[in-house]
Design a protein around this ligand. Sequence first.
Ligand code: HEM
Length: 440
Amino acid sequence: MMGMTSQTPKSRRSFSDFLLHLHPSAVPESTLRFTLSWGLGGTAATLIGLLISTGVLLLLVYEPSADRAYSSILTLTQETPFGLWIRNIHHWSANFLIGIILLHIIRVVLTGAFGSGRRLNWVIGLFLLLLALGANFTGYLLPWDQLAYWAVTICTSMLGYVPLFGSWLQDLFRGGAEVGAPTLANFFVLHVAVIPGFLIILLLWHFWLVRRAGGLVQPEDPVQDAASNRVPTIPNLIAREAAVGMVMIAFVMILSIFVNAPLLEQANPGMSPFSAKAPWYFVGFQELLLHLHPVFAVLVWPLLGFALLMWLPFWEDAALPPGIWFGGSARGRKLALWTAGGTVLVTFLVVVGDDLLLRSMSNATSNTFVTRGLIPTLLMIGLLMGFYFLLAEKLKYTRAEAVMAGVILVLVALVVCTIIGFWFRGPEMRLTWPFVQNGA
Ligand code: HEM
């Protein structure tokens, strides 16, 4: 392979220079192993590239007004060459982005990549997650169909439960008391300007911090001289990144030929569908609303979860030994698998048990703030602390392994709530079997 010599064309050289602003010029050979990161961060970045490029094309046809939005989507999908395909690519990239970011977070936790030297990047990553969720959610309203209208009505009404500021927050997002033309205008500006602006800035910062940390996380190996096994970024790393990116692009493009993004009838504020659901990435919180007092479901639990994640890298020795999955310990790997399996089972039993048995009993008391709020919250905190002490004190796992198990517990519980809310809730949010017609 030819190096970047003085014969290299100028345009190619400046492209290489650009790439080398985002990467160190040489990277440790051990970090090139695909199974270290599974290319998840790069895949997320590729999806963001697809989203921006298809988003700009969509803007050529889309009209952001309540009167014209829906018909402009029909024009796009029925009359514009490749319009349907471009819309599908935008839709699937946006949804995969959330899933890929979650996997990226799990990989960072399981390879001990949020410890020393990477703490700030973890925090920036969490804000990137919020921005990606915000971008998805604001985009959800833009087609102005029944699905969009009622999902956004559900989610913005969740904001109304926030104590003191609730109705102010709800009005701020909606631009009035109901979801309507001002909401669409607000969401449009957030979606095409404010959120992408912050996203790009934080993304560049995120990449630069990976670069400043000397590339991906790698095992501490005092015997080897780290510099001796470094290889040039171009072509070694870039070729691998390009391969992963191209596979993802091809996958989304092919899927988008066959599977269309949903579009129901035009939004009708007077007619709510049978069971309006939040977008899938908020369905886990909607599920919490069925079990907890709204203040706890919408505010206290999400804030506690987010604060816990924020604090994680600043807790001494909470990260696994860096650069090896599960810190290189077979016991740690077993713990992770057992925790994930146990959480699936327990969450499922708690949700179904609460639905069938407990809710009617505790709702019979008037003070649901205590029975559905304080008590379950204290139980959850007690469970997490008890689990931690059992692992760290009694079973002699390291602190990092116990923390890893706690993170897995929280994330898997959220995923199970999402699956139950998405597939197993039918009309009026009653438990049901998925894919069974609930006409009655
Ligand atoms: C828009 C979303 C995101 C994008 C595009 C992104 C992209 C990337 C990329 C390209 C890398 C280099 C390694 C790799 O490919 O895995 C990386 C590393 C990293 N990311 Fe993200 N990321 C995002 C969100 C997050 C989130 C939500 C977190 C955690 C809360 C996070 C934490 C980290 C950390 C700690 C590293 C350093 C890992 C290491 O050194 O091995 N990122 N990210």
